[in-house]
Every structure is written in structure tokens, then in C-alpha cells.
Design a protein around this ligand. Structure first.
Ligand SMILES: Cc1cc2nc3c(=O)[nH]c(=O)nc-3n(C[C@H](O)[C@H](O)[C@H](O)COP(=O)(O)OP(=O)(O)OC[C@H]3O[C@@H](n4cnc5c(N)ncnc54)[C@H](O)[C@@H]3O)c2cc1C
Length: 530
């Protein structure tokens, strides 16, 4: 039996931050447990490698939702990172923080101390910004935030098209105002993915007071009366107990509620029905799930403008060599190099939609793997920034290896449906702009034969085509499951620190906000939990 000051379960975006910050004090003994493996594979470092991690059981939990009522009862595939770095090792690397309005809403939901003014110092602390030098950005943190390496003329053309539709250019989505169109920045260092494993864990690995164990899945939390005193783990079928003075769950928006429920913390009736002994009745565990839903449009283009042919077949070889020797070329871009935040209606305090554009287009093949389309094409997706729809994640068996049941309840409110329709209309207008006229050959999806789509037809298309932007949050939300210091309500010695604690999903991609949550809570833990 071993004893630590902290055991952190999950080495993802949040877990790696905590492992670094908590073990900075050489007298503090920290154990970091990760169900997945290490991060040696080049797929986790070459930015475009992320596509190959999907549905690969080594790197991806490969969840899927239950049939979604508003999406024609389709199950939506949800990739989630498994291994050091967690989802930050397989994500699209886009660096977005959200807007002050998000954090004002957090505060109203009970997250005292999480206003924009109070979280900004932690975004800054984490950041090593390449380009923007001002009081909103940090230059000395471990998280490299860099400009797109593979800039192409078609990106400028698409930005011109967005300007033509009234969306002004912005140099920085994370500056004073999020609104506008422009290049994203990536969590990359010189063309290489910069996961939290690279940023936070690697520099701390040599510390003798930090133990990192991979391929160890935590089965349950061990309690003595009201206090968490350790965890029980499964390593290749062998059970082990690890004791600690404080237990931190950083398993993400799916894994953290799952582990609480497996440990008897959740809705008493639900757990009893599964034969799980109820330790603490906390009915909000797994509730209030939020996610961003996206819908895609695809246009055919000239072969020289699409990235597709550069990343398919034998052409991958020169692209790989370019990456290997120069850290340049198409493989430096995992997801969307450019995008926008804009409004679907007047009177909003902050943009309500986000756009991602790529000068290529992908398909899922039958095995669910992503591959570039054979024909030259480009694509863009739109998503609503602050959806109202909320779902849930709950276990359905007491076996820790079984995936929990995910119900996103996408598009379950009128506002969410309206915003997606209006977002799609804007996107289609952008593609039909003068600026893009010479670059486009045909509309591939929605199919050109469908002509101008009515609102109803667009909603039908969304129901059939929409998918996730991979941003689940809020299943162990502040004010409901944890308090403002991220301590689980009604219990001692137990925290949840990851994307699950966000009371609302932020307006944008969620990795930066998750890292901020962990940076801020590390300060609380080191000051108050000794
Ligand atoms: C495909 C994809 C693309 C994305 N693109 C972007 C993007 O471009 N920009 C952006 O900002 N955000 C993006 N995101 C979202 C962002 O990466 C996540 O919001 C963020 O990584 C969540 O961090 P987390 O710490 O909450 O969870 P994770 O990073 O998922 O970490 C949870 C960790 O816990 C481990 N774990 C779970 N259960 C257990 C257990 N019982 N025992 C031990 N270990 C366990 C998991 O294996 C995992 O390593 C993307 C996500 C995905 C999946």
C-alpha cells in the first residue's frame, strides 16, 4: 500500500497541469494515473496525425451517443483522448479562450471567483504566446500558442469572402473582442503539437516526488466515512489500492461523472437500481451536459487550391518529409487554419456562432476512419457558441470498463435550431461571395441539385449531417456537483478538476479553458489542501 499527498486520476489537459504544479513543491508526493498509454507515437506529435487516432483504441475511447432524437435518431461518434495528454494529444489544437460573458454566466451559476478578471491571469500564466504582445497575453508559460505555419492563398480568399458578408478581419480572437474573421492560433511549438503532456508533464517527469503510471484505469474511489482516502485501480486485470490525502478526478467530462457514479456518488435511486452501494446522494452528477454541435458545407474546388491531394496516397511522402525535416507543409495543420466568430442576430453581447474553414474536405469511411475526399474540395463548419440544450452522461452497469450512456440532446431548444439554421445560411452566403467565385466548381454538400434551401430544408440537412465539435463539458458543474474551489459537495478530500466543472461550455474550443481551470485550482490546492 502506497501513500501520496495527491492522487490525480487522468493525465489529460487538466491532469498534466496539476501534476506539474502540485509536484513543484519537492515535499509534496504526487501520483498521476492514466488509463491509456504513453505519448511516444508520432501520430500524437505530427499535427495532422490526429485524424489517424480516431477509432484507434490505443489513443481514443471512441464513445458514441445514444440515438439523438433531433438528429434523426443518429448516434454521434465522440472521440476522446486516452493516454498522456488526454484529449489535448488528439485535438485540433485551436487556441480559443471564450468571452467575458461566459465567465459572468459561470459566476451567476455559483462559480464565485471565476469572473473574466479573475480567470484571465491563469490564461496568461499558462500561455507562451508567439505573436501578440500585450497585457492580455502571456509569454512565459509552458503552453506554446503559435501562428498557423501552412498559410495558403485560398485562406485569404475565404477571409475576403467573409469580409464581403460583413464580417471584419481580426488579428486576435483572444483579444478585447472575439468578433471577426481571421487565422486561428494553434497549441503548437514550431509546427509540432504541444499537448499538455509536452507542455506540463515532460518538464516535471524527472521529479522524484512525482510518480506517473500509465495503463492504469481507476475503478472507484475509496472512502472512509465522508472522506476520500484513495482509489482502487485496474492494471491489466490486477487490482491495486493507492492511498492519498487528497483525490483529484481529472478524467474529463465523460470519465469524471462515470467514476463518481461507480464510487457510489450520484443519484441514489439510479445507483441503487444498478446494485451500487450509495455513498453520497448527489443527483446532479452526470447531468447538465453541454456540447457544441457543428454542421458542414463542402464545395468542389480547383485541384491546386485543395489540400486533399497533398495528403493522400503517394503524395503523403513528400508532405511527411517536409514535416520531418522542416516542420512545414500541410501536416502542420490538424484542423482549421482560419475561422470566424459572428452574430446570427442583432442585440447580442457576444458572437453566437463560430466558423472553422479548411482548404480540404474529409469523409468518414465505413470503418469510421477519417480520410481526405478523392476530389479536390474545401469545407467549412458552423456551430452555435452558447447552446441551451443540455444532456446527461450516466453509467448503466457497475463495470468500470463499460462505456457510460451519453445523451447530448442536441437541438432540443428552438433557439439552438434557429441559430444553426441561421449559421448555415451565413456560411452558404460566404461560399457564394464574389471573392470565391473563381475558386469554386460546385456545391457538393448540401447537394447543388437541392438549389436554394428553405429553413425547413436546412434543418433537415442539419439533422442528417450534424456532428460534434468535441467539446463536452458541465457534467460535474460548479455550483451543482463541486463548489467554487472544485471540492465535491458534501464529501472531504475529493476534487474534480477538468472540463466537467464548467457550468456552461465556453464560446469556443474548450482546451484553453480546461487548462485555465487546472492552473487556477492548482493555486487553491497548494494554498489550502496540505
Ligand atoms: C478530436 C478532438 C478535437 C478537439 N479539438 C479542439 C481544439 O482544436 N481546440 C480546443 O481548444 N479544444 C479541442 N478539443 C477539446 C479539448 O481537447 C478538451 O475540451 C480538453 O482536452 C478536455 O480536457 P480534460 O482534462 O477535461 O479531459 P481529457 O483531456 O479528455 O483527459 C481525461 C483523461 O483521463 C483519462 N481517464 C478517464 N477515465 C479514467 C480512469 N477511470 N482512470 C484513469 N484515467 C482515466 C483519459 O484517458 C484521459 O487521458 C477537442 C477534443 C477532441 C476529442
Amino acid at each position: 500500500m502506497q501513500e501520496y499527498d495527491y492522487v490525480i486520476v487522468g493525465a489529460g489537459s487538466a491532469g498534466c497541469v496539476l501534476a506539474n504544479r502540485l509536484s513543484a513543491n519537492p515535499h509534496t508526493r504526487v501520483c498521476l494515473l492514466e488509463a491509456g498509454g504513453g505519448d511516444k507515437s508520432p501520430l500524437l506529435h505530427v499535427p495532422a496525425g490526429w485524424a489517424a487516432t480516431f477509432k484507434n483504441k490505443k489513443f481514443d475511447w471512441s464513445y458514441e451517443t445514444e440515438p439523438e432524437a433531433e438528429l434523426n435518431n443518429r448516434r454521434i461518434y465522440w472521440p476522446r483522448g486516452k493516454g498522456l495528454g488526454g484529449s489535448s494529444a488528439i485535438n485540433g489544437m485551436i487556441y480559443i479562450r471564450g468571452v467575458p460573458l461566459d465567465f459572468a454566466a459561470w459566476e451567476q451559476a455559483g462559480a464565485k471567483g471565476w469572473s473574466w478578471e479573475e480567470v484571465l491571469p491563469y490564461f496568461i500564466k499558462a500561455e507562451r504566446q508567439q505573436t501578440h504582445v500585450n497585457e492580455s497575453h502571456g509569454a512565459d508559460g509552458p503552453l506554446y500558442v503559435q501562428d498557423v505555419v501552412d498559410k495558403r492563398p485560398i485562406q485569404e480568399t475565404f477571409l475576403d469572402a467573409m469580409e464581403e458578408q460583413g464580417i471584419p478581419r481580426t488579428a486576435d480572437f483572444n483579444g478585447v473582442d472575439q468578433a471577426g474573421c481571421g487565422h486561428y492560433q494553434f497549441t503548437q511549438k514550431n509546427g509540432r503539437r504541444w499537448s499538455t503532456s509536452s507542455a506540463y508533464l515532460k518538464p516535471a517527469r524527472g521529479r522524484s516526488n512525482l510518480e506517473v503510471r500509465v495503463k492504469v484505469q481507476t475503478k472507484r474511489i475509496i472512502f472512509e466515512q465522508n472522506k476520500a482516502v484513495g482509489v482502487e485501480t485496474d492494471r491489466a486485470g490486477r487490482s491495486e489500492t493507492i492511498r492519498a490525502r487528497h483525490v483529484i478526478l481529472s478524467c474529463g467530462a465523460i470519465g469524471s461523472p462515470q467514476l463518481l457514479e461507480l464510487s457510489g456518488v450520484g443519484d441514489a435511486d439510479r445507483l441503487s437500481a444498478l446494485g451500487i452501494q450509495v455513498h453520497h446522494h448527489l443527483p446532479d452528477v452526470g447531468e447538465h451536459l453541454q456540447d457544441h454541435l457543428l454542421c458542414k458545407v463542402v464545395y468542389g474546388t480547383r485541384a491546386d487550391l485543395s489540400i486533399n491531394r497533398e495528403v493522400s496516397g503517394a503524395r503523403l511522402i513528400p508532405a511527411a518529409l517536409k514535416w520531418f525535416f522542416a516542420r512545414k507543409g500541410p501536416l502542420t495543420t490538424g484542423s482549421a487554419p482560419i475561422g470566424a466568430f459572428w452574430y446570427t442576430r442583432d442585440g447580442l453581447e457576444a458572437p453566437d456562432i463560430q466558423v472553422h474553414f479548411a482548404s480540404g474536405a474529409t469523409l468518414y469511411n465505413n470503418a469510421g476512419k477519417i480520410r481526405a475526399m478523392a476530389q479536390p474540395a474545401m469545407s467549412a463548419v458552423v456551430n452555435q457558441s452558447r447552446p441551451e440544450s443540455r444532456g446527461s452522461i450516466h453509467i448503466t452497469t457497475s463495470n468500470h470498463r463499460d462505456h457510460p450512456e451519453i445523451r447530448a440532446n442536441y437541438l432540443s431548444t428552438e433557439l439552438d435550431r434557429r441559430t444553426m439554421i441561421d449559421g448555415m445560411k451565413l456560411l452558404l452566403r460566404v461560399f457564394e461571395s464574389e471573392a470565391l467565385a473563381d475558386s469554386i466548381t460546385s456545391r457538393l454538400s448540401p447537394a447543388e441539385e437541392k438549389g436554394n434551401l428553405s429553413d425547413d430544408a436546412l434543418l433537415d440537412y442539419i439533422r442528417e449531417e450534424a456532428g460534434t465539435v468535441y467539446h463536452p463539458t458541465s457534467t460535474c458543474s460548479i455550483g451543482k456537483v463541486v463548489d467554487e474551489n472544485l471540492l465535491v459537495k458534501g464529501l472531504e478530500g475529493l476534487s474534480v478538476v477538468d472540463a466537467s466543472v464548467m457550468p456552461y461550455v465556453v464560446s469556443g474550443n474548450t482546451n484553453a479553458a480546461t487548462i485555465m481551470v487546472a492552473e487556477k485550482n492548482a493555486d487553491f490546492l497548494t494554498a489550502h489542501v496540505k
